[in-house]
Design a binder for this molecule. Structure first.
Ligand code: ZN
Length: 278
């Protein structure tokens, strides 16, 4: 199996976002107001899998409209995100990095995508959906959709980015996998599992891709980097630290499995663009 790591822009966020070790309203307000000197630039990675059933894209990155000239453009960001999210993320999408641009570079169009998996509905993961008209199917865990529709979370996951898209909602089911033993077997053969890893949001999915005896785990935002599960430090952006810790413990166990070829986080600067064969 081949898995391509594609960089779809960056976020410039508070240094407490990857390793804050706490999640509460006070720290979120501080992150929104954080001065530049205390921010870090992190990649927004998406993953293109050459699965035997077809091409599977995991997450979609930023959209071109948020960074029309390929540089940080506060006015453009404010046209797509409310002020608090614009200030939190400070997104940028360099030329050629939007998902449709990267597909075209490979001679592909959205119609060539068998499935698009959304790990959760935060804007850095779904803004690129607008570039993917024609993709075979777009899937998301139902619990994540429901969570985002509850009033308070509308402020974190602007519905304008995804509510009109043809998203198919999947149910987690009992499974030996995951911190809550809850997963969805997308192709019915164990080759691509959406594993419930709560904490960052209520029901985000990590994606476990299996090829023969080995597998890669795409941890999405359940961790910012291996430091989180190795040192037990939770990311400083989420909604439930206790659940974040539980998910990190499961990721640590999974990473220690000799069959695990890699665990990749969506915003880890140490994960380079490129191809993993496993
Ligand atoms: Zn994210």
């Amino acid at each position: 199996m081949k898995l391509h790591v594609l960089r779809c822009g960056t976020i410039r966020v508070s240094g407490t976002v990857p390793f804050g070790n706490t999640v509460d309203l006070k720290s979120t307000f501080r992150q929104i107001a954080e001065p530049d000197s205390r921010r870090v630039v992190l990649p927004v990675s998406v993953f293109l899998i050459e699965h035997p059933c077809g091409l599977v894209l995991v997450d979609t990155g930023w959209c071109r409209e948020i960074s029309p000239a390929g540089v940080y453009d506060s006015a453009a960001v404010r046209r797509l995100l409310p002020a608090h999210l614009a200030a939190f993320y400070r997104p940028c999408l360099p030329p050629g990095e939007a998902i449709h641009e990267q597909l075209a570079e490979r001679g592909l169009s959205p119609r060539d995508l068998h499935t698009v998996v959304l790990t959760h509905l935060d804007p850095d993961h779904v803004a690129g959906l607008r570039h993917l008209d024609g993709a075979g199917r777009i899937v998301l865990p139902e619990d994540e959709y429901f969570w985002s529709c509850r009033t308070v979370y509308k402020t974190r996951q602007p519905q304008s980015l995804w509510i009109d898209r043809p998203i198919e909602r999947l149910y987690y089911r009992g499974s030996p996998l995951g911190p809550n033993r809850w997963a969805n077997d997308l192709f019915g053969d164990g080759s691509l599992m959406l594993v419930n890893v709560p904490g960052h949001t209520d029901a985000p999915a990590a994606v476990l891709v299996r090829s023969g005896r080995s597998f890669v785990l795409l941890a999405a935002d359940a961790a910012s980097s291996p430091r989180n599960w190795r040192e037990g430090i939770t990311p400083g952006f989420g909604f439930d630290r206790r659940m974040q810790l539980k998910s990190l413990r499961w990721i640590a166990e999974t990473a220690a499995d000799p069959a695990c070829a890699a665990v990749l986080c969506s915003h880890d600067p140490a994960v380079p663009s490129g191809t993993i064969v496993f």
